[in-house]
Design a protein around this ligand. Structure first.
Ligand code: HEC
Length: 80
């Protein structure tokens, strides 16, 4: 299993990235707490993603804190 996928689907005691973004970053997800739809985060299927550095930074800070209780490393961020 690629390191990026392992990171994505197994981190965190209660939540993993997959909790809200499904098992594949290419699928539309659903927020684990609010049930709101989350558009795919993979830029290969959703060209809007990773196009605005401020937005990417904001979500990485929030999501990584939720899941890991810390920010993600540069290596973890590029694994997506
Ligand atoms: C509690 C639910 C939840 C979890 C857990 C979660 N995310 Fe997210 N994530 C969201 C929501 C909601 C958005 C914004 C959705 C939108 O813009 O449609 C988002 C947006 C993002 C984006 C923004 C991409 C862009 O350019 O717009 C990235 C990257 C991302 N998440 C990565 C991750 C990673 C990596 C993890 C695991 C460490 C993770 N997420 C865990 C809910 C979650």
């Amino acid at each position: 299993m690629a390191a990026g996928q392992k990171f994505y689907s197994t981190q965190g005691a209660e939540l993993s990235c997959a909790s809200c973004h499904t098992n594949s970053p290419k699928l539309e997800g659903k927020h684990a707490k609010t049930n709101k739809a989350v558009e795919p985060i993979a830029p290969s299927v959703n060209p809007k993603r990773f196009s605005d550095a401020a937005i990417v930074k904001k979500w990485f800070r929030r999501n990584c804190n939720d899941v890991l209780k810390r920010t993600c490393s540069a290596q973890e961020r590029s694994a997506l």
